[in-house]
Structure formats: structure tokens, C-alpha cells
Design a protein around this ligand. Structure first.
Ligand SMILES: *Cc1c(COP(=O)(O)O)cnc(C)c1O
Length: 223
């Protein structure tokens, strides 16, 4: 099966209100071009330098999503063009994104990454840390970021019940902050980014609005 076939099959299986991020990390530009020609416009990368290199050579109507862990000192390389940063997991990072967005005279949409898995290898905030950020005065001063929602990664396991519980917990957190903080102007809560190749159907059942799919489109990655 070609990349275009894979993409079309996945798109056909997604409800129309679900946004598909094609995760193209480690893949050559030619693979992204094939997906682009099949109509895909949103690509996800997890390394800033790789994303910037691909941005340079590919069509400018692509929306670039940073889905990986972000180092503060590298934010400046993507600030001119990134369209959504999924992995924001600290206030310091948010401050740096705000600063670089300001330099570029723009507002950068972000998702706060929540720690939902039962593994200690994954990044993210717990509910307490999330609330501390949203309620802090310093957060209210940021003018060049917008929080569009939450992102999470479930435990890597075959146990569907565990994955379901984790996705459901993320959806509940989203619903509660949406209700509680609706007056904050920098919150535009529309997006729950959860679900990858192995678990996106379950993620959608649990309330995902944005899925990040790599290997089911582009094939397995060789690191
Ligand atoms: C690599 C990656 C994905 C895509 O994973 P697949 O299993 O290939 O679909 C999704 N989200 C994040 C954060 C990733 O790093």
C-alpha cells in the first residue's frame, strides 16, 4: 500500500470533525510530498531542526505541528512558522514560547501536555500543576500564546481498559478546565490531542478531537 492509499483509508475511517496530524518524523521529504499530493496539509514532527528543514523545502500552506518534547533554547527556530505546539509541559516553556512569538509578531497556539500514563518515561503535567499554571498571575500576562487544549499519550500496553481510563481522564480534565476557566482570554479550548496509530479509534470514542498518526500512514520508522 502506498502512502496515499494509507492516508485515504485512515481519512475515510475518521469522523469528519476529527483533525488528522500526519506524523512524519524521521521520514524523507519525498514521503511528505506524497502525502501532500494526496491532500494532507497538517504534519507532525518531534524534532525542531528536522521540522525547520522540511518547512524550508515544502509548500508554505502546510501547517506544522510540534508534537515532541521541546527544549526552551530551540523554540526560536520554530517560532516564525509553527502552527501548534502540542508538548507544552511547563510554565517556563510557555513563557519562552510567548517571548519568541512576540518577537515574530504573532500568537502561537499551544496544547498543554498532560501526564496520563502509568510510565515514568513520558512528559507532562499533573492536574495540580495544570491548575497552578492556569491560575497564576504570570500566565495571565502572556499575550502571545493561546492555549487551544490538552495533549496526552496513553501507556504503551495492549490492555485496552488501561488506555480507555487514561483517555477518559484526559477528557474529564479538559471538560472541567473548559468550564472553570472559560473567562480566561488566552484559553480557546477546542482541542484534545490524543490517539496514535495503535489507539486512535479508542481515543476518538473517549473524546479525542485530534489524532497523531505516523506509522499507519508512512510505515514503520527506522531510528
Ligand atoms: C511518534 C509519535 C506519534 C505517532 O506514532 P505512531 O505510532 O507512529 O502513529 C504520535 N504522537 C507522538 C507524540 C509521537 O512522538
Amino acid at each position: 500500500m502506498s502512502i496515499a492509499d494509507n492516508l485515504n483509508n485512515i481519512k475515510a475511517s475518521l469522523p469528519t470533525d476529527i483533525t488528522l496530524v500526519a506524523v512524519s518524523k524521521t521520514k524523507p521529504v519525498s514521503d511528505l510530498q506524497e502525502a501532500y499530493q494526496a491532500g494532507q496539509r497538517i504534519f507532525g514532527e518531534n524534532k525542531i531542526q528536522e521540522m525547520a528543514e522540511k518547512y524550508e523545502v515544502l509548500p508554505k500552506d502546510i501547517q506544522w505541528h510540534m508534537i515532541g518534547h521541546v527544549q526552551r533554547n530551540k523554540v526560536k527556530y520554530m517560532a516564525p512558522f509553527v502552527s501548534l505546539i502540542h508538548g507544552v509541559d511547563s510554565f517556563k516553556l510557555l513563557e519562552e514560547i510567548d517571548k519568541q512569538a512576540k518577537k515574530n509578531n504573532r500568537i502561537i497556539p499551544c496544547l498543554l501536555q498532560m501526564f496520563i500514563a502509568k510510565e515514568d518515561t513520558k512528559f507532562g503535567l499533573d492536574n495540580q500543576e495544570l491548575i497552578e499554571i492556569l491560575e497564576s498571575e504570570a500566565f495571565k500576562q502572556l499575550r502571545n500564546i493561546e492555549i487551544h487544549g490538552l495533549m496526552g499519550m496513553a501507556t504503551f500496553t495492549d490492555d485496552q481498559e488501561i488506555v480507555r481510563q487514561e483517555f477518559t481522564a484526559l477528557k474529564q480534565t479538559f471538560d472541567s478546565i473548559k468550564e472553570k476557566y472559560c473567562a480566561l482570554s488566552s484559553l480557546k479550548l477546542t482541542t484534545i490531542s490524543m490517539g496514535m496509530s495503535n489507539d486512535y479509534t479508542l481515543a476518538i470514542e473517549c473524546g479525542s478531537t485530534m489524532v497523531r498518526i505516523g506509522s499507519s500512514i508512512f510505515g514503520h520508522r527506522n531510528y
